[in-house]
Design a binder for this molecule. Structure first.
Ligand code: SF4
Ligand code: FES
Length: 247
């Protein structure tokens, strides 16, 4: 395939960015999207130009770093996958592909397609953990009865990889799907009950402090989430917050 790529270039967080056109040729439909980006970068390096900065690590849908907005969709046109799992067979010869960073004021651009998502880390630090008794008298987790439904729902919530597609997709740049998943994975389990009230209050307060918008039940986040995180988690977070504020 021969393709035209329109890519956001921005030297640093203070620079004014712009879309720049590139051509790539002989791209195999079996390549991943990031491999296609590697081909372009090799081309740029060989011609003495600066390669395009983009985040990636695992390249298998686990780490959540490969945040790109492709043809107007977070992680591109496929469903239930991250950018690194997107394949070039989703495109056809002669296509023009638009590639931008995730856009949200709480995710400032660092360079080209790389955004600063440390706001998510600060939300996690505010409550995304449980305190563990390491005295030697810890109860075996397998000895704590947990219903199959609660275990399954907690595991589904824990599938969130913190990629930020929900924020980038939301017209309000809301982080409620992410925070809802992080609150839910503990709220559903007995181990999460001890700090439940403080956790939800602190995480929601940090989310608001970071400048994320509110949820208006549009549901775009759920559609674009590569891990199928359900809106039910937002409802659960709201119930947990109400319960915490009344206790
Ligand atoms: S909820 Fe989905 S889209 Fe949002 S950060 Fe988690 S995995 Fe990514
Ligand atoms: S590079 Fe890790 S999820 Fe894409």
């Amino acid at each position: 395939m021969n393709l035209t790529l329109k890519i956001w270039r921005q030297k640093d967080s203070n620079a004014k960015g712009q879309m720049v056109d590139y051509k790539v040729t002989d791209i195999s439909e079996h390549m991943s999207f990031l491999e296609m980006m590697d081909v372009l970068n090799e081309q740029l390096v060989n011609s003495g130009d600066e390669p395009i900065a983009f985040d990636h690590d695992c390249r298998e849908g686990i780490c959540g770093t490969c945040s790109m907005y492709i043809n107007g969709e977070a992680h591109g046109p496929d469903r239930g996958i991250t950018t690194c799992q997107l394949h070039m067979r989703m495109f056809k010869d002669g296509d023009t592909i638009t590639i931008e960073p995730f856009r949200a004021s709480a995710f400032p651009v660092i360079k080209d397609l790389v955004v600063d998502r440390s706001a998510f880390d600060r939300i996690q630090h505010a409550g995304g953990y449980i305190s563990i008794n390491t005295s030697g008298n810890t109860q075996d987790a397998n000895a704590i009865p947990i219903s199959k439904i609660a275990a399954d729902e907690a595991m589904d919530a824990a599938a969130c990889i913190g990629c930020g597609a929900c924020v980038a997709t939301c017209k309000n740049s809301s982080a409620m799907l992410f925070v809802g998943a992080k609150v839910s994975q503990y709220a559903l389990l007995p181990q999460g009950q001890v700090e439940a009230a403080e956790r939800v209050k602190n995480m929601v307060a940090q989310m608001d402090l970071e400048g994320f918008g509110n949820c208006t039940n549009t549901g775009a986040c759920e559609v674009e989430c590569p891990k199928g995180i359900s809106l039910d988690n937002i409802a659960r977070m709201n119930r947990e917050l109400l319960k915490a504020n009344m206790s």
